[in-house]
Design a protein around this ligand. Structure first.
Ligand code: NAD
Length: 347
């Protein structure tokens, strides 16, 4: 399958394939749009089964970044990188080789952390390129974006709780968290502090042990999570978890989580709506991390990051209300708002 035939190709500005024989690096970088600024989005390291699967992912994720950055009100375009590798293949040299690829693009794409990539990895990348963020700084924004992402997701959940159940209080609210990695674990901490009850699932036993050691959580199998009676389902692992199989059996009134591309297809937003389930569009509420990256680029303070993240609550509420008024889905309304912002800037 060529790039142009891919169902996820959306007139992307650039799709760059690169490899490095010495380290085994195989990477694809996609720049969806630079209408609002240089393309920025994380780098995902994942053992894709094929380069077609990796291409699909990077095309969808980079498009999502354009929409996310537009609605977050930050002057960045949408881009993303994927590295086809498993965790055992990840070495400092492989990350440096990736850094050299990013450098060769001359700033059209700026990278940061995503699934499978840590702050330490980005420090190796930074040895080879200026176009990297998510690096630690003493007295200003920067470092691991995931706590900021979790904070934004919490605010999006709060907006959904207010809109769907007329309350902003998390005491006694039961939340299903799928994936207790960087964002999911941080989200669990915030939810617990707010009084929520947590049911969690992860494919990685060490991640489950970590959360169990510090918080009162109930652990269930991944396949059993969505059928639990709960108020909120928070997908915080990978995408396409809202699909023909899961939506009919979901027992939560709200879906609000960090994972990118939660809807397997856009029409699954309508399926959720018909079941009376309020969906907080993923890229609207998971923008805290990229807001932190943008703030790092602009040498802003940590306080200003939190102030900008707090706006996620209002944006989410606005989308929910507009969707109700128009008899539309929250994902369609969010897409329309993001596209309008990109076109306004491009014209
Ligand atoms: P991570 O790799 O730290 O955590 C992901 C967790 O999900 C891991 O613990 C993994 O074992 C688990 N997992 C994988 N497959 C699973 C499955 N089928 N069921 C249950 N658990 C599963 O990644 P992260 O940084 O926490 O990101 C999580 C999601 O949020 C991703 O979709 C990512 O793109 C998105 N996101 C992350 C950020 C960020 O700041 N890190 C920002 C925006 C969006």
């Amino acid at each position: 399958m060529s790039v142009f035939e891919s169902p996820s190709f959306d007139d992307h500005e650039l799709v760059h394939f690169a490899s490095d024989a010495t380290t085994g690096l195989q990477t694809i970088i996609a720049v969806h749009s630079t209408a609002l600024g240089c393309a920025c989005g994380g780098c995902r390291l994942w053992p894709y089964r094929s380069s077609e699967e990796a291409l699909e992912d990077v095309l969808r994720l980079s498009r999502g970044m354009s929409y996310k950055n537009a609605l977050a009100g930050i002057s960045l375009g949408g881009g993303k990188a994927v590295i086809i590798a498993d965790a055992a293949m990840k070495t400092a040299e492989l990350m440096r080789a990736f850094g050299r690829v990013v450098e060769r693009l001359g700033g059209r794409y700026v990278t940061a952390e995503d699934v499978g990539v840590t702050v330490q990895d980005m420090q190796f990348v930074a040895e080879e390129t200026r176009f990297v963020h998510g690096l630690p700084h003493e007295n200003r924004a920067g470092g691991d974006p995931s706590p900021y992402t979790a904070q934004g997701v919490f605010l999006g959940m709060k907006a959904a709780l207010t809109h769907r159940f007329g309350r902003a209080d998390f005491r006694g609210i039961r939340v299903l968290v799928q994936g207790v990695g960087s964002v999911g674990f941080n989200l669990c901490k915030i939810l617990h502090a707010a009084g929520a009850e947590l049911i969690v699932a992860d494919v990685d036993g060490t991640r489950l042990e970590r959360v169990k050691a510090s918080l009162p959580v109930t652990i269930v199998g991944v396949a059993d999570l969505v059928t639990q009676e709960a108020d909120i389902y928070a997908p915080c692992a990978l995408g396409a978890v809202l699909n023909d199989e899961t939506i009919p059996v979901l027992k939560s009134g709200i879906v609000a989580g960090a994972a990118n591309n939660q809807l397997a297809r856009a029409e699954h937003g309508e399926m959720l709506r018909q079941r009376g389930i309020l969906y907080a569009p993923d890229y609207v509420i998971n923008s805290g991390g990229i807001i932190n990256v943008w703030s790092e680029m602009n040498c802003l303070t940590k306080e200003s990051v939190c102030e900008k993240i707090s706006r996620i609550y209002d944006t989410a509420l606005k989308i929910f209300k507009k969707a109700d008024e128009q008899g539309s889905t929250s994902n369609r309304v969010a897409d329309e708002m993001a596209l309008a912002l990109m076109q306004r800037k491009a014209t």
